[in-house]
Write a protein that binds this ligand. Sequence first.
Ligand SMILES: [Zn+2]
Length: 420
Amino acid sequence: MFEATFRYNSNKDKQTIEGSEEYVDSLIVPGRMVIANQKALPQRLRSFNETAGVEYYLQPSVTDFRVGTDFREDGEIRPWHWQYVDTIGPALEEPLAKHDHVDASELPAETVDPIIKADIEYQETIVPKRIEDNAGRYETVNGDDYQPKAVIPWFHKIRSRSDLDTYASMLDTAIDTAQLRIKPVIFTTKGFIRRESHRGALATLVDRDSFQDCFLWVEDLDKHGTNQSDYDHVTDLVQRLTAVDTPPHFYYGDHFATLLGHLGATGTTYGAMYGEDAVEKTEQRGGGGMMPRYYVSEVKDFLQISATVDIQQRVGADMCECDVCQRQFDDWFAVGERYDGDDDDDNIQTPLQKHHLRVRWRQIRESEDEELDESLERIDEAYSRYAAAFLDSNQVSNTKALDYLPMWKAAIESASEQSE
Ligand SMILES: [Zn+2]
């Protein structure tokens, strides 16, 4: 089954998931978020699991320290990161005291290996332990019932041949350490996978008996900044990983990842709003709200509210059929009326996020149940129906706004023809 994974990044995401449990298969939670919310969050993961069988993975938070300055304040580790560092222990605390960053390619194995081991142990035990600790007095709880679906070992960004060696030895250590199944992340760039030999090397890297599958994160696979050849390379990489029996689950993915299910991809991951692509975080992000956007199911993208109302009216689209939209909005105009310009307004954010989860789920299940041709035809139809409206609308500035749709189709079509 193609896995729908939700990126549970903040306590606010609780509102989005509650009542939507049946629209996700699993969650990815930043590892350090558990220790920072060690009472409430493990209980929540337990409750999502008991309500709808939702499983979870923890991100190896040690990756936060590879580059950037966002985890320090006046040289000291920020409190929000510190709780994690403190729990992992001296293995991580000491290198962070000695160096600005913790980058596996710049540290000896005697420093790297203990960090890998400590983080794996953390992932395997933190939630089960806290669930047992928090259990009611007369409640019998077996923490083992709440282990993560798999362990995600500390991963290393691959931009060169030597990064492959670094990561290969990290994976050896992880395999020796983990009790639970390992699901490694291949984190690489559009530049690196341009070469065929590099795509081959990535497949070789994860071609090991210990792995049933892997996560794949190609940095910055933004649908408005990715060209045809990049999409072709990603498609080829997906086929190569599948061919060595380590099919990829997108660590960040938009509908392109869903379509790649036809060529072997096993899942995709997204946030409440956006979170479909990402670059490695290097700076402290400013606080403040995120402008609410509506996920327009036909074009598989988020549009500003005013653009959504304009475009959907131009094409004469019916109101979304999901239960949230049906309950909340009589027509497209009503979506516009709800947004009063206050970005933090949960009155609009929460329904839009719940709508996004439902639509993504529907698209994933639909794509899974139909033939590739049908999925691609849907893309064609959406493009023909919406291209003119996008050109005509003064609410959408970029005239190339929908170019990703024919690019997805071309990439998948040519790959599937070649493999026939
Ligand atoms: Zn909806």
